[in-house]
Write a protein that binds this ligand. Structure first.
Ligand code: B16
Ligand code: MG
Length: 223
């Protein structure tokens, strides 16, 4: 078996929009009087907009009508989209452009597995819209990460099986999603559990390293 594709998370792997999500949620949480910090924000990574709002309301012991939830979620999104206006290709995280070029040259494919409905806007701002062979449509997802749905869909979209890919994520929910899909997982950042390999930052990523990880795990499993 050989490695056929790399599946990327967006926020925190391709670019640091994770910080923009943080700023937009923080402003809303402050308005609602709900304590909000980086540690709590970790729980929102890879979680859909509405599920994120539910977690914030739960933390503040707040209840509100479905109508108000829609309004607050839209308010957060307007702020987030405003922050995206500053995004340019220089915001692609270190090592990612090189990795994308290398995998194309080697004939491998790549997919994007982001639960963000703004993913196409972000890719456009980064000038990466045509780079990905398949982008999972966040609008049709039934479940946020850590459910494996998004990574399974990414493999189906590429026409490969889950044991022919490596997935890269910066959030714990994302690592769980990759693992539950049966895909080899690479974590970016600190404090991540259960990843097959963890790197401190995207600059440490290389196709050689991912291929080596893949070969090591596949050969171990076929013994
Ligand atoms: P939107 P990912 C996720 O993207 C973010 O990590 C998460 O913080 C955000 O709430 C979610 O997208 C939904 O984003 O509000 O833009 O639809 O990590 O899966 O790339
Ligand atoms: Mg992420």
């Amino acid at each position: 078996m050989t490695l056929q594709a790399i599946i990327f998370d967006l926020d925190g792997v391709i670019t640091d929009t994770a910080h923009f999500h943080y700023l937009a949620w923080k402003e809303l949480a402050d308005e609602l009087g709900v304590p909000f910090d980086e540690a709590f924000n970790e729980q929102l990574k890879g979680v859909s907009r509405m599920d994120s709002l539910e977690l914030i309301l739960e933390r503040g012991n707040l209840t509100m009508s479905a109508e108000d939830k829609e309004r607050y979620a839209a308010q957060k999104n307007t702020h987030y989209v405003k922050l995206l206006e500053n995004l340019t290709p220089t915001d692609i995280l270190p090592g990612i452009a090189e990795l994308l070029t290398d995998l194309k040259e080697r004939g491998l494919r790549c997919a994007l597995a982001s639960v963000s409905k703004n993913a196409p806007t972000v890719l456009k701002a980064l000038d990466l819209l045509d780079t990905f062979d398949f982008v999972v449509d966040a609008a049709i997802l039934k479940n946020s990460k850590p459910d494996p749905e998004i990574f399974v869909r990414a493999c189906s979209g590429l026409g490969i099986s889950v044991n022919e890919a490596v997935g890269i994520e910066d959030a714990q929910a994302g690592i769980e999603s990759i693992n539950r899909a049966g895909i080899i997982s690479v974590g970016i950042g600190s404090g991540l559990k259960h990843a097959d390999m963890t790197l401190a930052g995207t600059s440490l990523l290389s196709l050689g390293l991912l291929d080596q990880l893949y070969q090591t795990i596949v050969s171990r499993e076929t013994i």
